[in-house]
Write a protein that binds this ligand. Structure first.
Ligand code: NDP
Length: 278
C-alpha cells in the first residue's frame, strides 16, 4: 500500500483564504508578536507568521526585544499590549531567554488575546471541552483529519508525545471527537504494542524515526507532527517507509506545519470576535 498524501499545504491555503474573508468582514485585525533575543529558529518562525498574517490582511505589530531584556520589561510590554485596543491577539515567541520565567510570560498574556492558547484558563477551557481558542498545531491536526473525512468516533487513536503544546491538546480534541485515546511518552513500555492498535496515529516527539513501518497497522491514518532539521533536510518523527503501510499520511514538510500557521490565524480571528462581540 502507498498511503494517500494528506496535503496540509493545500488545505492551509484554503483556510487562509477564508481567514482573509473573515478579517475583511471584521474590518481588520491586529496581531502583536513579541520576539526576545536572537534565537535563529524563532526568527524564522516569526517571519513565517508575519508573512501569513500580512497575506491574510492582518496587521502585524512586530515587537522585538534584545536578549538582555529583563523579565519585568517583558511583562510590562505584554501588559501594554493587553491594554492596547488596536491589538486583538498576542503571541510571545517561545522559548524566551533562560533568565525569564516562561510560566510568568504565559500567565501574563490576557486570556482573550492568547492566540497560542497557552494561558492556564484557556488550557482549562480546552480540558472542559468549552474552548474558543485551541492550540494551533492540535487544531491543525484535527482540521486535516476532518478534511480527509477520517472517522474518529469509536476509532482507536494513539498520540505519541504528551507536550503541553501538541500531545496533550491533540489527545483532548481526539477524545472530544469520541475516539478512544491512548497517550504514549518516553516512559511508555513497548511503544509498538500501542501504535500497532491505532486507526489514527499522531506522532509528536521531536525524534526522527520514533515510528517505523513495523509499528503501524495496515491502512492506519498517520499524522506526523515532527519537524527535525537533519543533514538530510527537514524530516518528521515518522519513518518515510511508513507510507508503504499506512492508508493516509501527512508529509514533512507540507503536512501539519502549514496548518499550524493557518490555525494560528484562525485563533487570531476568534480573539477579535471574542473581544468585539463578547
Ligand atoms: P516536546 O519535546 O515538548 O515533547 C516531546 C514528547 O515526546 C514528550 O512528551 C516525550 O515524552 C515524548 N517522547 C520523546 N521521545 C519519545 C520516544 N522515543 N517515544 C515516545 N515518546 C517520546 O516536543 P513538542 O511536542 O513541542 O514537539 C514535538 C515535535 O513536533 C517536534 O519535532 C517539534 O519540532 C514538532 N512541532 C511541530 C509543529 C508543527 O507546526 N508541525 C509545532 C510544534 C512542534 P516525555 O513527556 O516522557 O518526555
Amino acid at each position: 500500500m502507498t498511503a494517500i498524501v494528506m496535503d496540509g499545504k493545500a488545505l492551509a491555503e484554503k483556510v487562509r483564504a477564508k481567514i482573509a474573508e473573515d478579517v475583511a468582514a471584521l474590518g481588520g485585525l491586529g496581531l502583536a508578536t513579541v520576539l526576545v533575543g536572537d534565537d535563529p529558529a524563532s526568527h524564522i518562525y516569526i517571519e513565517l507568521k508575519h508573512k501569513a498574517a500580512t497575506a491574510a490582511g492582518v496587521r502585524a505589530v512586530d515587537v522585538r526585544m534584545p536578549e538582555a531584556t529583563s523579565e519585568a520589561e517583558l511583562l510590562a510590554k505584554i501588559d501594554e499590549l493587553n491594554n492596547d485596543d488596536t491589538v486583538d491577539a498576542i503571541l510571545v515567541q517561545l522559548p524566551v531567554p533562560d533568565h525569564i520565567s516562561e510560566d510568568k510570560v504565559i500567565r501574563a498574556v490576557a486570556p482573550e488575546k492568547d492566540v497560542d492558547c497557552f494561558h492556564p484558563s484557556n488550557v482549562g477551557e480546552l480540558a472542559l471541552g468549552s474552548a474558543v481558542l485551541i492550540p494551533a498545531t492540535a487544531l491543525g491536526v484535527m482540521e486535516i483529519l476532518q478534511e480527509y473525512n477520517v472517522p474518529l468516533a469509536g476509532a482507536e487513536a494513539v498520540v505519541v508525545g504528551r507536550s503541553d503544546i501538541v500531545g496533550k491538546p491533540a489527545a483532548a480534541l481526539l477524545q472530544q471527537a469520541n475516539a478512544t485515546v491512548t497517550v504514549c511518552h518516553s516512559r511508555t513500555k513497548d511503544l509498538a504494542a500501542h501504535t500497532l492498535r491505532a486507526d489514527v496515529l499522531v506522532v509528536a516527539t521531536g525524534r526522527p524515526g520514533t515510528v517505523t513501518a513495523d509499528m503501524v497497522k495496515s491502512g492506519a491514518v498517520v499524522i506526523d507532527v515532527g519537524i527535525n532539521r537533519t543533514d538530510a533536510g527537514v524530516v518528521g518523527d515518522v519513518d518515510r517507509a511508513v507510507a508503504e503501510v499506512a492508508g493516509m499520511m501527512t508529509p514533512v514538510p507540507g503536512g501539519v506545519g502549514p496548518m499550524t500557521i493557518a490555525c494560528l490565524l484562525e485563533n487570531a480571528v476568534r480573539c477579535a470576535r471574542l473581544r468585539r462581540n463578547g
